[in-house]
Design a protein. Structure first.
Length: 116
């Protein structure tokens, strides 16, 4: 009995952190096609951190609602941080209108990333 409960809990956590779902895959595909010169890209599903929040209680999408993206591209060169973020929000406007509640963004040029 305890093992079944533990397995159920573990699989629930894994599903809430998955980057294999349809929304995560759409985001990844759009980023990769928009930024062909990517030197680093990472996507994290942080939805599990927000599942109990007030605004999420009535939401249809609780499993793929909050993402954290790290994008390193030469296309960010000469652009301010707000301009970089607007590029991403514009590219993902359909996803933001259809279930993605929040994005946390790290956007850097390759030179900025190498200083890290």
């Amino acid at each position: 009995m305890v093992c079944r409960l533990l397995l159920r809990r573990m699989s629930s956590i894994a599903a809430n952190r998955s980057i294999e779902g349809p929304m995560a895959q759409r985001i990844s595909n759009k980023v990769k096609s928009t930024f062909p010169d990517l030197s680093h890209f990472a996507i994290f599903n942080d939805s599990y951190k927000h599942s109990g929040h007030h605004g999420m209680l009535e939401a249809e999408n609780k499993i793929e609602s909050h993402f954290r993206l790290e994008i390193v591209s030469g296309l960010f060169k000469g652009k301010s941080l707000p301009m970089r973020h607007r590029m991403i929000y514009g590219m993902l406007s359909e996803e933001l209108d259809n279930g993605v509640h929040a994005l946390q963004l790290t956007t850097k040029t390759p030179e900025e990333y190498s200083k890290k």
